[in-house]
Design a protein. Sequence first.
Length: 217
Amino acid sequence: MATLLHIDSSVFPASASASRAVADAFRTAWEEQHPNGTVIHHDLAAHPVAHITADAHTAGFAAPDTHTPEQAAAFAERARLIEELEQADAVLIGAPMHNFSIPSTLKAWLDNVILIGRTAMSEDSKVKGTPVTVIASRGGSYAPGTPREPYEYVQNYLQAVLGDTLGLDVHFIVPELTMAPHNPAMSELVPLSEASRVQALEAATARAKELTARLAA
C-alpha cells in the first residue's frame, strides 16, 4: 500500500489553522482510499527537527567510515528524515506564511532532507517525481495583481526548492485571507475568505483522491 509523508508546520491547532484543516481534509480522503496504507506524520511545531549543524552538513559529503563520532550522531537523524522522504509515494506539506515566508521549523526539515548527490542534483535520486501537495495558507492575499504580490515568497521559494532542486512534482493549494474573520479591518473580505477556505478543502479532497487513483493504476 502507498505511504504518505505528512508534514505540518503551523504553530496553531487544526481548529485555528487553515493549513492544518486543509491538510486534514487531504489526509482523511487519502486514508479512506488507503485504509491499510502508511502515514508518516511530523508535527514540526510540537516536535521540531534539529536545525542542521556543521557536523550534519559535512557528514553528507563524506564516506560513512570517515565520520567522526559527532558527524555520525548528527547525520543519523538527517539520514532518517531523508529515508522517510525517499520511501514516500506522496508528500503533504502544511506551509502557512509567517512574515512572508515559511516557518523556520519547515526550513529546518528542508535543510535536512536536501542532500546534493542523493536527493538533489542526482540522476539516481529516489525522490524525483514524487507528488507533493503544499497547503500554502496566508492571512491576506498575495495573488498576481494584488498589492502584496511582490511579497509572495512561500510558493516561489517552495517551487524552487521542492520542484527545481529536489525534482518533486509540486502542486499548491492556497487558502487565503484567513485573517479576515479575525481582523475588523478585513471584515468586507470575510465572504472571500470563506469561499477560499471551501475551495481549498474541496481541492484537497479532490487532490487526494486523484493521487490515490494514480498510484493504484
